[in-house]
Design a protein. Structure first.
Lengths: 153, 416
């Protein structure tokens, strides 16, 4: 049994991480590791960077092809897709968000890890309201890019 | 409750009006013969009766009518959609099952398609109506009694149909523990209905029992409604639902305790708290691990049981299939039971997901129409639907329904 099946938390071991170069360019990280029958992310990708062997297979992102457009974030029923872009010593993390109130660009919010613990403050860089899953992009310290997965307004 | 002199009115769901006389009814009611005599029994003849307008029943109706059959679709609720009307989350699957669309919006889409067939007269929809019994008839038709409620009056109908599709869904399971009758102990589905359909907050601080998809999804929706979820406890040593649903809760700060259950719920007149306990490898409580947790609401998400009472009355072959959630009617790949013209679909044919319920409904609808000689492209569609459902069930999360359907097929072969 994998640990995440007990506690619901993924670790680095469960994920295939992009290189520093790919992170600078910006990539989608898909935290969907189980074989569940679902594939809207594949259909949403405008450059064909997401693939699946069959509908039950976990998605695989070609980090070189990915253009970090974030189209997949809003379609994923599991809210399991995040887009990361490293800019100098900061990381821009785009997160699917379905709560009220909605933060505004420039707001300072709390940045939470996969356990829901507050790790740092973050500044909201962009808010996309398309449908009921909003996409919030926040700026945090670069080394937190693989920890921050939620915000609290 | 008695309303305007009419007994057995479900006042919890009947809309309230001015100048209505509501009385307590603390004994069995006399059958109000007089009312039925004044409102004479009406007859409806139709090709296919479809019982239940949830995802399976709606899809069955649309497919059957598309092939050319006349359909009567009956549901006891005031609007169509079944459980879809409270499912505010996005569905999984492929674009064929409207993946990425929220359940509530799928209900709107299906209702729109239904409306087209209502306009053309191919589908007659009767809401606030209950099919109450199966009766003897000649060999060519199936006969049912149905009551329609209008305001506080009840009207009796006799339905003759050549085929019937049962898409009646399922009931939530209960757990046995001291205090399970205290106000504040709910089924997770009931809480979802209160919040997402009626806009009623069930409580302020919830403990969820069960980390299957229902428990995880409803916990997340409680958070969205601004309600605190203290924790999720799960008796199994692992999270039964999708990891992505568990991850959504965890990153909001909700802990999930596997190998944990509740020992008892305490409180004077309502839930004031709960005693949580660790379980050992044999699912037995470990003495000394009891922990008191204060909360005002307990949500039970511990599985569903197919609703089959009307179906078993219709004289089909029933078997207890644990993987299907209880007693289900034996049925073939076309969703037909051992009784010719009697079809099943959705949760009432074995507990599964709404996506597969929709496809099962399509298979049942198209098969029923084909059996009656309505065939535009019935066999081609049926083949496609069967392939689609096999694809969805191919993964590890499809194992339970796959096993259930295999057992059902095997038992059916033995009977025939």
């Amino acid at each position: 049994m994998k640990n995440y099946e007990k506690d619901g938390i993924l670790t680095i071991k469960d994920l295939s991480l992009p290189t520093d170069e790919q992170l600078k360019k910006g990539v989608a990280l898909i935290e969907c590791v189980q074989e569940i029958p679902c594939n809207p992310c594949v259909d949403s990708c405008p450059v064909g960077a997401i693939s699946m062997k069959d509908i039950n297979a976990p998605p695989v992102v070609d980090y070189d092809k990915c253009i970090a457009c974030g189209k997949c974030i809003g379609v994923c029923p599991g809210l399991a897709i995040f887009v990361i872009k490293i800019k100098n010593d900061k990381a821009l993390v785009s997160i699917p968000y379905e709560f009220l109130p909605v933060p505004a660009k420039g707001d300072t919010v709390k940045a939470l890890n996969r356990k829901g613990k507050i790790v740092s403050d973050a500044i909201v860089q962009r808010v996309i309201k398309k449908g009921k899953t909003m996409i919030i992009t926040i700026e945090v310290e670069k080394d937190l890019y693989n920890d921050i997965r939620n915000i609290r307004v | 409750m008695r309303v305007n002199g009419v007994p057995n009115v479900r006042t919890c769901i009947a809309p309230l009006k001015e100048d209505v006389h509501v009385e307590m009814q603390d004994k069995f009611a006399n059958l109000p013969d007089a009312d039925f005599k004044e409102n004479l029994k009406k007859k409806i003849d139709v090709d296919i009766l479809i019982v239940g307008a949830g995802p399976a029943g709606l899809c069955a109706s649309i497919e059957a009518a598309s092939q050319g059959a006349s359909v009567l679709l009956v549901d006891e609720n005031l609007k169509v959609g079944g459980q879809l009307v409270k499912q505010t989350h996005k569905f999984f699957g492929s674009k064929h099952e409207k993946a990425g669309t929220r359940g509530i919006n799928i209900a709107v889409d299906l209702k729109k398609q239904l409306g087209e067939f209502e306009k053309s007269g191919k589908i007659q929809l009767m809401l606030n109506s209950t099919v109450i019994g199966y009766y003897e008839s000649d060999k060519k038709t199936h006969k049912f009694a149905m009551v329609e409620r209008k305001d506080y009056d009840t009207f009796l109908f006799e339905i003759d149909c050549k085929a019937v599709v049962f898409a009646v869904g399922a009931m939530e399971n209960m757990l046995l523990f001291p205090g399970n009758d205290l106000p504040g102990v709910y089924g997770a589905g009931a809480v979802q209905t209160l919040m997402n359909v009626y806009g009623v907050k069930p409580g302020d601080n919830v403990l969820m029992v069960g980390a299957g998809n229902v428990g995880l999804i409803v916990s997340y929706q409680l958070l969205q409604a601004g309600i605190n979820v203290d924790r999720v406890v799960e008796a199994a040593p692992f999270i039964g639902g999708y990891h992505v649903h568990a991850a959504k809760l965890r990153r909001c700060g909700v802990p999930i305790y596997t190998s944990h259950s509740i020992k008892e719920v305490y409180g004077k007149d309502k839930v004031e708290g709960v005693v949580v306990v660790s379980l050992d490898k044999n699912w037995q409580p470990i003495p000394g691990t009891e922990e008191k947790v204060k909360c005002d609401t307990i949500c039970l998400a511990v599985g569903l049981t197919p609703s089959t009472r009307l179906l078993s009355q219709a004289g089909v072959e029933m078997e207890f299939i644990p993987e299907a959630g209880g007693y289900v009617a034996l049925h073939d790949e076309s969703m037909m039971t051992v009784k010719k013209g009697v079809f099943v679909s959705g949760d009432s044919s074995g507990i599964e997901e709404a996506s597969t319920a929709m496809i099962e409904g399509k298979i049942a609808g198209v098969s029923a129409a084909y059996m009656l000689g309505y065939d535009k492209n019935a066999l081609k569609l049926k083949k496609e639907f069967i392939e689609e459902i096999k694809r969805l069930r191919a993964g590890p999360f499809g194992k339970k329904p796959r096993d259930a359907k295999n057992k059902i097929n095997k038992l059916l072969e033995e009977k025939q």
